[in-house]
Design a protein around this ligand. Structure first.
Ligand code: 13P
Length: 256
């Protein structure tokens, strides 16, 4: 049994206005038994709903994450949100390098690296996402791609405490497609990422780092996926928008 406390994180993406945010959080809190006791629960609403979410989760075990961060603290950067701003609104975590940001918003390993650096500097826990596309998997480049994303994303950085760092393996072909990586495929990628992290930051750090799986996780497949040795929880998209499904994943995936 691993000592790594599981994490189930909901990436709401561009969903949920404030009313929907209030309703969903209330449903999660009302129906979640012992929420957060044996599993960390994080939600990452869109920026306009974060303040409302922060109020709703008061006195609950739910933690808040941003879906993006800019690496400068302040300045003329129209449309961006900084680490201090995320902290001030109540975020403890921030998702960085999600494939949708890489695909649609020009995020590169270099910008991911700066963003992770900024999150660390401001005491935000990065949820650092990596994953291969379908074509990369089919042409046998999965591990090369993962290694490159990992090494470049963490270049010149160091986190002191492994509880303050989270990684996520999200195969791009499994995101929002209903196609899930098989538990074996996911386990293989997670074990690989953990070994590569050990080469960078040492065996002990890697052994204690939570690595989440993301890509069409549902209550029905959560147990098989999160039950794998190197899978420490889930980063949930679509299913995190429904309280029953989100709680089902927590229950099935972590047994709590
Ligand atoms: P889905 O769960 O909708 O496939 O999305 C996964 C994801 O991208 C989480 O960050």
């Amino acid at each position: 049994m691993s000592e790594r406390k599981p994490i189930v994180a909901g990436n709401w993406k561009m969903h949920n206005d404030r009313n929907e945010t209030r309703t969903l959080i209330r449903q999660i809190i009302q129906n979640g038994k012992n929420l957060g006791q044996n599993c960390e629960v994080i939600i990452a609403p869109p920026f306009t709903s974060i303040a409302c979410a922060a109020k709703e989760i008061e006195n609950s075990a739910i933690k808040l994450g941003g879906q993006n961060i800019f690496w400068e603290d302040k300045g003329a950067f129209t449309g961006e949100i900084s680490g201090p701003m995320l902290k001030e609104i109540g975020c403890t975590h921030v998702i960085i390098g999600h494939s949708e940001r890489r695909q649609y918003f020009g995020e590169t390993d270099e910008t991911v690296n700066k963003k992770i650096g900024s999150a660390i500097k401001h005491g935000l826990i990065p949820i650092f996402c990596m994953g291969e596309t379908l074509i990369e998997r089919e042409t046998g480049q999965t591990f090369e791609v993962l290694k490159s994303q990992l090494v470049k994303g963490l270049k010149s950085l160091k986190v002191q405490n492994p509880v303050d760092f989270v990684m996520a393996y999200e195969p791009v072909w499994a995101i929002g497609t209903g196609k899930t990586a098989s538990p074996e495929q996911a386990q293989e990628a997670h074990a690989f990422l953990r070994r590569e992290l050990a080469l960078l930051w040492g065996d002990k750090f890697a052994a204690e780092t939570r690595i989440l799986y993301g890509g069409s996780v549902k209550p029905g497949n959560a147990k098989d996926l999160i039950g794998q040795t190197d899978i420490d929880g889930g980063l949930i998209g679509g299913a995190s928008l429904n309280a029953e499904d989100f709680l089902g994943i927590i229950e099935q995936g972590t047994g709590f």
